[in-house]
Design a protein around this ligand. Structure first.
Ligand SMILES: NC(=O)c1ccc[n+]([C@@H]2O[C@H](COP(=O)([O-])OP(=O)(O)OC[C@H]3O[C@@H](n4cnc5c(N)ncnc54)[C@H](OP(=O)(O)O)[C@@H]3O)[C@@H](O)[C@H]2O)c1
Length: 286
């Protein structure tokens, strides 16, 4: 079994890298931007032509939500055009595709976790480009699993948990928004779930949601980090309007993961136990 992981230097890509040691029977091809620029259609086609593949786990994306408001072309390239090329190549070479999208395809006006078929209406440019990416993947590849995920964190890369850890050691008080609610996702859990689908041979195309269970605000997330690390830093709740950002965020972007669990018979860990695991890993590795 040959598995391509694009964007392999990112947080999710790195989790696949780490997990790959548990699957010595599979041949992994981990590519960073230098090895495979997914915005280059010729390079994508050439890679697929010269590497026999069974699965493509497409982790590469333009993920700078605020910068996307001004770097529009780059965001569109990375999140809409690149998935098109990857989807085309998967179809041409008979490769099964895992593609990742976001809770930011929704407008945030819901009061219960979003289902995969709920109406989409992105409130920022990043979300709009990711939605276009989903549509292109569905248009060009029948053999694709699209997984919308949210609030992703990991030992690797840049993320909310690592930023909070740094700031909580530097400051006595931290103000964090309490009126945006959603579901954190430990990238290691998501990578593990994808590998289970491959190992179980239960690949079933469609759009799914994956995040850890439980719905919280960023303030609650930060408070849990402070509690588990026994930091003295005081975390204060603030409103979104007190922390303006270039990109608007949906107020509520919790994802309903039932169809994922049912389709693949995978139990999803709750957010707090996964957070503890990640914090432990960060502490152990320094
Ligand atoms: N992070 C979140 O909170 C979040 C939430 C919802 C959904 N998602 C989705 O989950 C997936 C994985 O995200 P992540 O958190 O792992 O993102 P990440 O840490 O930002 O990693 C993305 C990786 O893609 C690479 N990349 C960007 N453009 C590329 C190109 N043209 N060719 C090759 N590689 C390229 C980046 O490399 P460079 O560093 O060189 O740019 C980076 O290593 C993405 O589809 C993302 O949209 C993430």
């Amino acid at each position: 079994m040959h598995i391509l992981v694009t964007g392999a230097q990112g947080q999710l890509g790195m989790e696949f890298r780490e997990l790959s040691a548990r699957y010595p029977e599979y041949q992994f091809h981990f590519t960073s931007r230098n090895e495979l620029d997914v915005c280059n259609r010729d390079a994508v086609m050439q890679f697929f032509k010269t590497h026999p593949l069974d699965f493509c786990i497409h982790c590469a994306a333009y993920t700078a939500v605020d910068l996307a408001e001004t770097q529009r072309e780059a965001a569109m390239q990375g999140n809409a055009h690149a998935p098109t090329y990857v989807a085309e190549a998967c179809t041409l070479f008979g490769v099964k595709l895992f593609h990742f999208s976001t809770d930011y395809v929704f407008n945030g006006k819901a009061s219960a976790p979003y289902l995969p078929h709920d109406p989409v209406e992105p409130v920022n440019y990043y979300g709009a480009t990711k939605l276009q990416g989903e549509e292109q993947v569905m248009k060009y590849c029948d053999n694709a699993i699209i997984i919308r995920t949210s609030w992703v964190y990991s030992f690797y890369g840049k993320n909310f948990v690592k930023t909070m850890l740094r700031l909580m050691q530097e400051r006595d008080t931290l103000r964090v928004v309490n009126d945006q609610r959603g579901c954190p996702t430990y990238a290691a859990d998501l990578a593990h779930a994808v590998m289970q689908i491959i190992a179980q041979q239960s690949f079933t195309p469609g759009v799914y949601h994956y995040c850890n269970s439980g719905v919280i605000s960023w303030f609650q997330f930060a408070s849990a980090i402070a509690k588990h690390m026994s930091f003295n830093c005081i975390v204060e709740p603030i409103r979104t309007e007190d922390y303006p950002t270039p990109a608007k965020r949906p107020a509520y972007s919790a994802l309903n993961t039932d169809s994922f669990s049912k389709a693949f018979h995978i139990e999803i860990p709750d957010w707090e136990s996964s957070l503890k695991q990640c914090l432990q890993t960060i502490q152990q590795r320094g």
